[in-house]
Design a protein around this ligand. Structure first.
Ligand code: GCU
Length: 620
């Protein structure tokens, strides 16, 4: 205790002397599991912001980064104030007198002048937190799109790339002893060819701190990670691990408690602070969409304890079948973007997310494709609660820089972070490594490496990706070599919209699929402007979309191995590529529900089809 106090005092002195200025970037601590379940100080709400398209707050006028200079000072992250009233220094910014943005929330939907803005915006938030002895503190952001540089009390914590996965930094030794702190975030949503996603996508490039921000407190020795799931394809064995972090993590006792399942395991951590387990678990009620049973799971060690609600189920394929808890199922799905169509912008919190999943349930879904990037951790927990299986995905989308090693590393890091975040979620049954990526040897190497990595990180879930197809006359051929590495043969096909003529003409197509695995249609659909009516041949009308769905379902029913689908898409969503002034106005209109919440005619076609599938597979 005395040493800790001494260490703190020394750090405080060093902080004051500013000798931390050149401290190397603090590597991001590993992703602490289930961080939102910790006791937290929320940083949500108003943050002052400064728009900075020329990056004036990051580079000096010779384009050298201020935070890599000798002093480390000079950038907006100093949050500099005039030292006196009568002779104020030249300071050309002032957070405290600047406008504010709501966090969580993209900036595009908060101010009309930011709707199309791509570049840097600086955020700043002051907070009061006096560190307690024997505690550790972690700064957490659910997501910042796309590249973020984060500073606490004027000192850099690190840089993160990836707009959809959590960001965490151990700030225990960086908090000001007197409790007055401020955090500055440089968020830059500029699209770049070598990034993930690359420069071209079909969704709005919403920038900013788009998910929750908070500071979590843990004891000095804390539970940093855990996995509690059924063993691969084994309904009777619970397996996993608990990882401690901080000082004294070796040789500690960890208790795993699942009272309702009469499970209480006392574990001992090894020299690295890890305790693995595998033990028989009888009479579990398995999680399923019909009965989304979640157990209260408690993990404790020393003075730390963390609670979670976890469902137990198995998922596997057997020939053409997808087996949930050993029983063949049909994935009655729909694709979903992380956007609230009624207040266009990134989903802002539980209310938005629950609305989307409730619509999916109303459609008769037991499955959702959370496209095309990692969604909010809250969405994954809601899917568990509502009984929806999930296809989770990384934004390896379209024309990625396949031969760039840094691009691959970025994709793999985002995949690892997604799997780390979602590994205890029963609903997640598919990890997808990408979408509609053009065939080439470098692409195959990149994507198959991601598929192998996903399997290495988690062999209990199915691996997939939206594959490529090609046509020879009315024969649709699926022989994408990436299919070899996947458990589901998934394809996006747009017969009746992008190719194949009118809806009434598409039932002539037959599918020739190379792999004897379950077939999953990860996208089909067409645009319809809600309220615009015509005939089944009037493009953009609700009747056209309705006829397209009717004929798609007829055409797809000829595929013997068909075991699921996630038509594109639940709701209309903002997309910069979609600029027809009458039908689109910057929205992709393939939604079954419009951007004013109106169900289109095609919604009811799919709903009826799913009613029949549910009867056939679930007997209900
Ligand atoms: C593609 C792509 C989607 C896109 C959709 C469309 O398949 O995967 O992201 O929005 O088609 O064209 O509407």
């Amino acid at each position: 205790m005395k040493n800790q106090l001494l260490r703190r005092a020394l750090l405080a002195v060093l902080l004051v002397l500013g000798s931390f200025a050149n401290q190397p970037l603090r590597a991001q601590s590993i992703l602490i599991q289930n961080m939102p379940a910790r006791s937290v100080l929320s940083l949500d709400g108003n943050w002052n912001y400064i728009i900075d398209p020329y990056e004036n707050g990051f580079y000096d006028y010779r384009r050298e980064p201020f935070d890599q200079s000798k002093s480390g000072k000079g950038g907006y992250y100093d949050n500099q104030k005039p030292s006196s009233k009568d002779e104020p220094e030249l300071i050309e910014y002032d957070f405290d007198h600047s406008a504010t943005l709501q966090v969580p929330g993209d900036w595009n939907s908060q101010d009309p002048k930011l709707l199309y803005y791509e570049g840097t915006i600086w955020y700043k938030k002051s907070f009061n937190l006096t560190p307690k002895a024997g505690k550790r503190y972690f700064l957490y952001f659910g997501a910042i799109n796309y590249e973020s540089h984060i500073y606490l009390n004027g000192k850099k914590l690190g840089m993160h790339k990836g707009g959809f996965t959590p960001i965490q930094y151990d700030i225990t030794d960086r908090l000001s002893p007197n409790g007055d702190n401020f955090v500055v975030v440089k968020a830059d949503n500029t699209r770049r060819q070598d990034e993930v996603p690359t420069i071209n996508t079909d969704w709005w490039n919403y920038g900013g701190i788009t998910r929750n921000a908070f500071i979590a407190e843990t004891p000095e020795t804390y539970i940093t990670d855990y996995k509690v799931q059924l063993a691969k394809s084994d309904l009777n064995t619970l397996t996993g691990y608990v990882q401690l972090g901080g000082a004294n993590k070796a040789g500690q006792t960890v208790t795993l408690d699942i009272a309702e399942a009469k499970v209480r395991q006392q574990l001992k951590t090894d020299a690295d602070g890890k305790a693995s387990f595998s033990f028989p678990a009888k009479k579990l009620t398995y999680w399923s969409p019909q009965n989304p049973k979640l157990y209260a799971v408690s993990l404790s060690s020393g003075s730390d304890a963390v609670q979670d609600r976890i469902g137990f189920r198995t998922i596997q394929t057997r020939g053409a079948d997808v087996m949930l808890n050993g029983k063949s199922t049909f994935l009655r799905g729909i694709s979903i973007h992380d956007e609230n169509p009624l207040i266009p912008g990134r989903a802002r919190g539980e209310g938005d997310l629950r609305m989307l999943l409730t619509w999916a349930k109303e459609l008769g879904c037991n499955f959702v494709r959370l496209a095309h990037y990692p969604h909010n951790e809250t969405m994954l927990k809601l899917a568990d609660e509502l009984g929806l299986m999930v296809w989770a995905e990384v934004p390896v989308y379209w024309t990625i820089s396949w031969q760039n090693a840094a691009t691959y590393q970025n994709a793999e890091t985002q995949l690892s972070d997604l799997i780390s975040m979602g590994k205890n979620r029963a609903g997640i049954v598919v990890w997808s490594v990408g979408n509609e990526t053009p065939l080439s040897e470098p692409r195959l190497k990149f994507m198959s490496s991601l598929a192998k990595k996903a399997r290495e990180l988690d062999d209990t879930r199915l691996i997939s990706a939206a594959l490529e197809l090609h046509r020879e006359g009315s024969n649709v051929i699926v022989d994408d070599p990436l299919g070899e590495y996947l458990d589901l043969t998934s394809i996006n096909e747009y017969a009746g919209w992008y190719w194949g003529g009118k809806p009434s003409e598409i039932t002539k197509y037959t599918f020739n699929i190379k792999y004897n695995k379950p077939v999953f249609i990860s996208e089909f659909g067409g645009d319809a402007l809600a309220g615009y009516h015509g005939t089944a041949e009037t493009r953009w009308s609700e009747e056209y979309q309705e006829a397209l769905y009717q004929n798609q379902l007829k055409m797809l029913s000829t595929i013997g191995n068909l075991r699921g689908m996630t038509p594109w898409i639940l709701t209309d969503f903002r997309a910069t590529r979609r600029q027809h002034p009458v039908y689109q106005n910057g929205f992709n209109r393939k939604g079954l529900i419009s951007s004013s919440g109106q169900k289109k005619k095609a919604f009811y076609v799919l709903q009826e089809y799913y009613r029949q599938q549910a009867k056939k597979y679930d007997g209900k």
